[in-house]
Structures are given as structure tokens and as C-alpha cells.
Design a protein around this ligand. Sequence first.
Ligand code: AHR
Length: 525
Amino acid sequence: MTTRRTALRQLAVGLLAARSSRAAEASVNIRIDEPIGPIAPALYGHFTEHIGGVIYGGVWVGENSSIPNEHGLRKRLLDSLRLLRPPVIRWPGGCFADSYDWRDGVGPRAKRPRRLNFWQTDPQLAKAPDGPQKYEPNEFGTAEFMRFVRAVGAEPYFAANVRSLTPRDFHEWIDYCNTPAGKTTLADQRAASGDVEPYRVRYWGVGNESWGCGGDLTPDEYAMEFRRFTSYIPKFDAPLNLIAAGPNGGDLNWTRRFFANLAEKSPGLLNRVWGWALHYYCGTAGKGQALDFDVADWYALLGKASRMEDLIVQHWAAMGEIDARHRVKLVVDEWGAWHRAGSEVDPAYLFGQTPTLRDALISALTLDIFQRHADKVAMANVAQLVNNLHALFLAREDKFTETPNYHVFRMYMPHAGATSVRADFSAPQAAGMWRLAGSASIRGRQLTLTAVNSHATEECAAAIAIPGYKVASASSTTLASTDLRAHNSFEAPRRLEPRTAPAELASGVYRFPPASVTRLDITLA
Ligand code: AHR
């Protein structure tokens, strides 16, 4: 009797499965009992460099500006950024960092020197008028950046100059920032400029892209500089998380040689490295235009962006050859698309591309990759915040808009601090690449599933299984458009925004719209 009942039940389950598999061409199996690790909130970090319109025109408008501001910081940007609860912001570069003397940007603003900006000779700026993009006024320095991060509740991440300054300059910047007032001359200078309390800056990058604009060094030369710069750093008031300048994309030799060099000198030296900075820009595709691309370019660029996963896995394995216990974590402190010039809102805004739906999918698939590798990636910083590559905002004079990238960062907020769990996606391919990919995390009874349907024109029906758990309720938030080039502008700032609706998961099948980013908020019974 029991055997007959079991057989009937198996038949019923089989029929149900057959019905849902007819309806579903894809599947998502979420294994809540297979945790990957806590998702560091710092994965949703940002980057602001003194380049083009990021600082001057973007973040900083000046205290005497008619543009609404809080102590010189663009108010509209602060308001939108606060809603993201940004964990960390990197500054002052980028390549600019290795040309920057922090002393130029402290003390009374009227007395600060004007310098040639690192990017001044970029051919794209040849036709731009003279201004802060070419001649750095140093109006925005350490105190202004600290005001900015404090205004939005973020932690600062400073990149120190290794190419053109000395270890002593680096240590004195830490002294200026972190020593309690009354103890050193530099701490007193900070206090005299209005900041009595130490800044307690924890994250310090030791150089930037030292294989390129940061000095054209070999990995062994950089390892030597890293050892020199990090020897006997006074700790003062805050623990330091030092981030070493890691590889350009897939340069595994850079990773292997740096780790080997430190270990050859003394295995204990690896304890100085908190993070290993990987930079990967997926570039562009086809004609290279941000706003003008076809379906082939759409798939090509999403495919290039997906390479981030292999890079994380490969560098992690290379790091593990020396750092077997994986004490050092990855910090992807520059990532995003990099299109050709042509869509800037101002000619002086070097690399100031306008993001579309395609860039939003790149944001989502990249954050999903970081979340799937939450055990490996400790921080990431999208490049860059405003008026630049892969920006979350565009701003010019008093005009401002959030880009589709901003909306993805907002959609992904529930993952921050939750536990990443295994989610197996299976779907037919779209134009030779994955069709549906994503990640899942759990916090209490709240399950968050985010996914990208890369297909340009077709929805993707996926059977969603959460073995061992029942769904009490669900809602969906979706960013999608039938226009692959959809984007927000000053004239139409709300053209592309996410929509939230109840999600019907009773049948076990969810239909992901074409060319979309989706978040499912699932409350478990
Ligand atoms: O983000 C723009 C530039 O790209 C950065 O300054 C540099 O680090 C990278 O090459």
C-alpha cells in the first residue's frame, strides 16, 4: 500500500515537474543550506578621482555656488547617494593619486597651490576650455573629501602616491589624518583647520596601477616599493587596512610575483597586505559608442563584463599558491565599462560617458559575480561615481540625473551584509552566452534573488526551487526596457527606473523580462 502511495506521489510530482518544465526553459535552484559567506557591504563601494567632471562639476560645486550645496558639496548628489548608504569611497585617484601631494590640499583654501592635473595632456581635453580639469586648484582636498564621506555616511579609502613621493610623505599623511590633536605638529595642523577629531582613515592604497601610470614597475620592483612604504608605519589612532596595487585584468604573473617576492623576503610580510587590488574594465564593443550600439554589441559587451568571474577565480587561485589560508582578500577597486568619447554632458568631462540599460546589466551581472564570490572579494569600487566611466550620476551646472547604474546599486542593497548562498542557474544560451545569471542571499527569513536576463528580446521563464523551504510571499523589482539604449538624461531623468510589483511564485515559475535586471524579495514561510 505504502509503495503504491509513494508511486502515485512520484507520478504526481513528475507530472507537476513536467508541466512546469514545459512552461520553464530555465531553472534556478537556491541552496539556502549551502552558504558561501557574508556579503561585505564594502562590495558596493565607489571611486572619485580628480579627473574630468568627477570632483569639479560633480561632487564639488563650491561654497559660494548658486547650485544648491552643503558646504560646497552638490546637495542633489548627497541626497541621492545617502539613499544608497555607500559603504566606502576611494580618492583621490586612480592615476591622479600617483601625481598628488596631499599637502597641496590641506590648510586655508585660498593659499593652496594650482598644479597641472595628471590628465591635462589627454587628447580628449585638447578642445576643452581651461579649468579645474586641466589646472588643479586643490580646492577639494583631504578635509573636503572627509566632509563628503561623512555627509553620506561612508568610510574613506585613500590612495597614496608611490610613484612620485616617498614613504615618509605617506606616513605623514597618515599622521595628519589619524593622530589625536595635541600629539604631533601635523595633527595640530589638522585641528587648526577645523577637524580636531582624527579622521581615523582605515583603508590605504599603496599606489595605483603600479604596472602602468603608477610607475611602470615590474611586479618585483613594486613588491620592493610596497615593502619600503609599509615598513614601520606608525599606527597612531586607527588600525590600517593596507591595499596593494594588484594586477591589470588577467595578469597572473603580477599576482604570482608580488606574493612570491614578499614571501621570499619573509613570509610574515604578507600580514601587511589586507587587500589585493584587481582592476578590470570590460571596455566597449563594436563602434565603441556608449549610446549607439547594435544587438551584437549588446551581447559582446555583456560577455566581456562576465570575464570578471574568471579573473576573480584565477587570481584567487594564484594568491593561494603562496597565501594558502587566504588571509589576503581581493579588492576590485576599479571596474566598469569604458566606451569611446562622444556622450559626455560637457567636453571637459574626460571619460564622462552616458550609461544605458546595457551598462545597468553590466552593473548587475558584476555585483552578482561579487556576491557569488563573497568569500573572496572584500571590497569593490565602481569607476567612477559621477560624470565618468560607468557613472551612477551625471551633473552639469544645476542639472543632475541618476543613471541606470544608480538604480541597480539601489536594487542590490538588500544583499549587503546578508549571507550569500549557492544558487544554481541553468538556461539555454542567448547568442552564444549565458541567458540567465544571478545570485542569492539570505537574512533571517528574507531571501533575495537577483538575476539578469541577457536576451535582448525574449523573456526567460525559470522554475525556481528552494529545496526544504516554502515561500510565504514575494515581490519583484525590475529594471527593463524594450529599448536597449534606454538611458536617463537631464531632459528625461526618469526614463529608466525600476518597477516593483507582487510576484506570483505559487506555480514555481517566474518569467524574467527580456533585457532586464530583476530582484525577487522572497519571504520564507
Ligand atoms: O578610472 C580612470 C583611470 O583608469 C584611473 O585613473 C586608472 O587607475 C585607470 O587606468
